[in-house]
Design a protein around this ligand. Structure first.
Ligand code: ADP
Ligand code: MG
Length: 643
């Protein structure tokens, strides 16, 4: 006889935990949302080992009553709704009453909490869903929760986690998004004992961006605002000069919640259209307020997608409003040698713990401390004194365009971006008059002869290669060059149906929903042309047995879905050919992601290959790959030649 067992509640919790707790970042998300729901205005998050061994979230919110603390860890226990009716008028972030129960089921949790009314607090320890300790304890008002050894009792889930560094980068991304979505809350984020960032909670979005992404980004933002029919949006649009190489910096929130939405992404990108070079995406942080009856918020707890009613109208309105805002601005990039360094509010090195925060609010923040000043200085790799109309000047202008902020995960960032020191001492105050493209290559470099004639002199700023060629000094941007070569190679293979795939063993099984499946079937040929090997696996399941070669830094499944999402999106229109090209360029982007540290040997190979291309001078984004300075020009600069 087959016995049908009723599972005990610990087993049920463990299974259900998989719904809410996928990885350390999902734990942090739930805990921070709880702190926000509890009215905290100062929240500290500390993680170690990517959050796998240690997560601590401290807040100065309402705290939990001693008698209630055990209840908080019961499944479907919540103080936020009492019946399904409340769901429609939901304002709090959490409401399912699942998070604490789920987290406690798969880790070792310790919570210390005190309400403002009580004189003492309570300490509660629960491991694997089993209560271990409960005692009265002296504590500040608010809640501290420690989550240790995530998935210690569910080894298969633990195995599924990525390297601590990667998990840590997910948490860092999340913290940045949370900080920007809650500008009134002061956040402090500590990663492996190091302060990552601190925001003051003064409701200034631009300042938060400054603290997270630095002044090169925060100095290039345009305020954006639009109200229409049951919706409003406010925020900051990055000027095209800070366009990014991926979509990670299209940051938007709906009613305070960080959301990914291809509809919104597309509307923003279309608004930027004429300012976006190929493969470039805008930087923006936008807060949407949308009537709750016009969006579907009751999505899966770990998912960030949302459905919006009247999608097409929404899309058009946002696109148009962004277009108009950008148009109203003067977009000529300006590079000044001496620029007033705006006095930013001081970044405090030691920041208050959440419970101290209110008390310290009265104290005056000291002017930018010497220590911070020092850190600031150290983060500048080079002082570049620019000269009016020099070629270097032009090169640097371009580099500023493409510079990535120091993304915590290091992915997608270009190698060692040059930081302009705008405070460099100089008497001149030049502005670029015109950024004209040099006419460099009269005597073509493309000959076999040229290959024998050039000499690699060395590398500058870990990014540029200096090359002597005849009477010229050539400066090659290794990243742009690498990208160009890869792009050409890739497109050639794609056109000639000669893509190389890389076998996945074991194959990855994916499940497509109806719309996705239909879309996949329509484009199965394109996926194949790209190098995907996909087989039916029965029903809505497919087995990915091969993926395009060279997907550096991309996860195979992620890439498949990214292309599919793009295709599913109604906003993608165009001829099948244009869609194919688009897919190919996306794929190319994947192929060149990440840093490219090159040895001299590799550089030589790269230059040789670059020189075989029809147009080696520009990367696919239109940036130059090579600039040149003639002997004549150099001699003029040294006043050996006077004209
Ligand atoms: P939900 O947030 O969906 O209600 P949780 O499991 O996340 O469910 O939390 C359960 C309950 O515990 C919350 O409803 C709230 O009453 C209480 N709680 C959790 N975290 C905090 C906190 N940081 N401060 C005060 N109360 C909290
Ligand atoms: Mg919650």
């Amino acid at each position: 006889m087959v016995r049908i067992n009723v599972l005990d509640h610990q087993t049920i919790d463990k299974i259900a935990a998989g719904e809410v707790v996928e990885r350390p970042s999902s734990v942090v998300k739930e805990l921070v949302e709880n702190a926000i729901d509890a009215g905290a205005d100062a929240i500290t998050v500390e993680i170690k080992d990517g959050g796998t061994s240690f997560i601590r979230v401290t807040d100065n919110g309402s705290g939990i009553e001693k008698t209630q603390i055990g209840n908080a860890f019961l499944r479907h226990a919540t103080s936020k709704i009492t019946s399904a009716d409340d769901l429609t008028k939901l304002v709090s972030l959490g409401f399912r009453g699942e998070a604490l129960a789920s987290i406690a089921a798969v880790s070792m949790v310790e919570m210390i909490s005190k309400t403002p009314e009580d004189l003492t607090g309570i300490r509660y320890v629960i491991e694997g869903g089993v209560e271990k300790e409960k005692e009265e304890i002296g504590a500040p008002t608010g809640t501290t929760i420690l989550v240790r050894n995530l998935f210690y009792n569910t080894p298969p889930r633990k195995k599924f986690l990525k390297q601590p560094q990667t998990e840590g980068s997910y948490v860092a991304d999340l913290m940045e998004h949370l900080a920007m979505s809650n500008p009134r809350v002061s956040f402090k984020f500590i990663l492996n004992g190091q302060n990552k960032f601190y925001t003051t909670g003064n409701n200034d979005l631009r300042e938060i961006i400054y603290r997270i992404y630095g002044k090169d980004i925060s100095g290039e933002l345009i305020p954006f605002q639009k109200e229409f029919d049951g919706m409003s949006v406010t925020g900051l649009l990055g000027k095209p000069v800070i366009n990014r190489s991926n979509r990670n910096y299209e940051i938007f929130y709906i009613n305070g919640r960080y959301i990914r939405s291809s509809l919104i992404s597309k509307s923003i990108e279309e608004g930027y259209r004429e300012y976006l070079m190929q493969h470039k995406f805008p930087f923006c942080v936008l807060h949407f307020q949308i009537d709750t009856n016009r969006i579907d918020v009751n999505v899966h707890p770990t998912k960030m997608e949302v459905r919006i009613a009247d999608g097409p109208v929404f899309y058009e309105t946002i696109k148009q409003a962004i277009h108009e805002t950008l148009h109203a601005q003067e977009m000529i990039p300006e590079v000044l040698l001496t620029e007033e360094v705006k006095e930013k509010q001081a970044v405090r090195q030691s920041v208050p713990e959440p419970f101290e925060h209110r008390r310290l609010e009265q104290t005056v923040m000291p002017a930018r401390s010497a220590a911070i000043q020092e850190i600031y200085q150290k983060s500048r790799p080079a002082n570049i004194v620019m000269q009016k109309n020099s070629i270097l000047h032009e090169a640097i202008t371009y580099d500023t365009n493409s510079k990535e902020p120091s993304a915590a995960n290091g992915m997608g960032a270009e190698a060692s971006p040059v930081v302009l020191d705008k405070t460099s001492e100089t008497t001149a105050q030049p502005v670029i008059d015109k950024a004209e493209q040099m006419e460099l290559f009269d005597d073509k470099l493309l000959s076999a002869k040229a290959k024998e004639q050039y000499e690699i002199l060395g590398q500058l700023f870990e990014t540029y290669w200096l090359i002597a060629y005849q009477d010229k000094l050539l400066i090659v941007d290794q990243h742009a060059a690498h990208e160009k070569v890869k792009f050409e190679r890739f497109m050639k293979r794609f056109r000639e149906h000669d893509m190389i795939s890389q076998t996945m063993n074991p194959p990855m099984i994916i499940t497509l929903n109806g719309k996705e499946k239909e879309c996949y079937l329509n484009h199965a040929g394109d996926f194949e042309a790209l190098g995907f090997v996909i087989e039916e696996f029965g029903g809505n399941e497919y087995a990915i047995r091969g993926v395009p070669m060279d997907l550096y830094g991309y996860e195979e499944g992620e890439f498949f879905y990214e292309i599919l999402d793009e295709l599913v999106d109604e906003a993608v229109t165009g001829t099948p050919e244009s869609i194919r090209i688009r897919i190919a360029t996306m794929a190319c982007k994947a192929a060149v992601k990440g840093n490219t540290r090159l040895s001299r040997e590799e550089m030589k190979k790269l230059i040789d290959e670059l020189l075989t291309l029809d147009n080696p001078y520009n990367c696919p984004h239109g940036r130059p790959t090579i600039i040149s300075m003639s002997k004549y020009e150099i001699e003029k600069k040294f006043k050996r030649i006077v004209t």
